[in-house]
Write a protein that binds this ligand. Structure first.
Ligand SMILES: CCCCCCCCCCCCCCCC(=O)SCCNC(=O)CCNC(=O)[C@H](O)C(C)(C)COP(=O)(O)OP(=O)(O)OC[C@H]1O[C@@H](n2cnc3c(N)ncnc32)[C@H](O)[C@@H]1OP(=O)(O)O
Ligand SMILES: CCCCCCCC/C=C\CCCCCCCC(=O)OC[C@@H](O)COP(=O)(O)O
Length: 273
């Protein structure tokens, strides 16, 4: 049987792809990241009609959570959660967590409390199907380049939290950070908690450096510990107390990050890129 050029090309690709995938760490990294983004965009196509039935509604966050929970199995990432009891608060609260990479979505979905929406950069709204799914789930979008606009969106969020019994999840570093520690915190999350007079609950995800490193283009299977810390109360605090509150929470989170990232001998938080 004669093979056409196209068939030969197909055979070469089918042989070359798995070989490259196994031999080249960076090829594997690119494939895994491309699949991660592509799979989320595809899942969003399924999520959109389900969410659209309810319209823009924070309850739709459950749909996204349910659809994303299996991804950790696809990637062989074990997630251990500690401190569940700290989420046992009926009133609304502000969750603040460290932000290493878009993989944080996995840890977030593992523990996302009910009626809890993340604050995200406005650019995510334009990320195709994922952006639309986020909008339908009530994700709060802010324009980081326009501080005044971002502040007014967050002030409105303080009102919504109380009126509609909504929790908010903020990445107070304001951007992804692979440095092996935590960046200085933006103050918005803490103003939000003080304005609404609700607790701040810090969540810390351990360093991914054992299994994921953007600079080295490494992405293997691995384990991540997520720790939910005790809530920090804000009753009676005013905006003058925000800098101290933000510093105190950041110190707690750095301590927890260092501890959970260095639990196995010889595995300190190190520097991740
Ligand atoms: C199945 C399908 C699935 C599909 C797919 C699903 C995915 C479903 C999950 C999505 C998950 C997304 C995850 C995204 C993750 C990110 O997008 S991270 C990026 C966005 N997040 C953030 O930026 C964090 C929040 N940012 C802030 O809080 C910042 O403070 C602000 C509000 C943007 C302002 O930024 P800034 O001007 O750079 O910084 P900052 O120094 O904090 O503030 C300036 C001044 O304003 C004051 N200020 C700040 N906020 C306030 C306030 N609210 N009131 C009064 N004063 C304030 C500050 O105190 C400061 O004044 P001083 O203290 O210096 O006098
Ligand atoms: C037709 C348009 C196609 C657009 C394709 C866009 C591909 C995006 C695909 C899937 C979206 C996955 C959603 C992951 C959510 C994680 C959010 C995230 O990690 O955002 C980064 C942000 O925190 C900080 O950004 P910077 O570090 O400041 O930068």
């Amino acid at each position: 049987m004669e093979l056409s050029v196209a068939q030969w090309l197909l055979v070469v690709c089918l042989v070359a792809f798995p070989l490259l995938y196994e031999w080249s760490v960076s090829f594997k990294y690119f494939c895994k990241m491309a699949f991660y983004n592509g799979w989320i965009l595809t899942l969003a196509i399924l999520a959109i009609p389900i969410c659209a039935v309810r319209g823009r509604n924070v309850e739709n966050m459950k749909v996204l959570q349910f659809m994303l929970l299996h991804i950790k199995y696809l990637y062989g990432i074990k997630i251990e959660v500690r401190g569940w009891e700290n989420f046992n608060i009926k009133e609304p609260y502000v969750v603040v967590s460290n932000h290493q990479s878009s993989l944080d979505l996995l840890g977030m979905m593992e523990i996302l409390p009910s009626r809890c929406v993340p604050i995200a950069k406005r650019e995510l709204m334009y990320a195709g199907t994922a952006g639309l799914a986020c909008w339908l789930a009530g994700v709060i979008f802010i324009n980081r380049k326009k501080t005044d606009d971002a502040i007014s969106v967050m002030t409105e969020a303080a009102d919504t939290m109380l009126k509609e019994d909504v929790r908010v999840w903020v990445f107070p570093e304001g951007t992804r950070n692979h440095s092996g520690s935590l960046l200085p915190f933006k103050r918005g999350a803490f103003h939000l908690a003080v304005q609404a007079q609700v607790p701040v609950i810090p969540v810390v995800m351990s360093s991914y450096k054992d299994f994921y490193c953007k600079k080295e283009k490494k992405f293997t299977t691995g384990k991540c510990t997520v720790r939910i810390l005790p809530g920090v109360h804000t009753k009676g605090l005013s905006s003058d107390d925000v800098p101290e509150l933000a510093d105190r929470v950041r110190d707690m989170m750095i301590e927890a990050f260092t501890q959970i990232s260095s639990e196995r001998p010889g595995k300190g938080p190190g520097v991740m890129h």
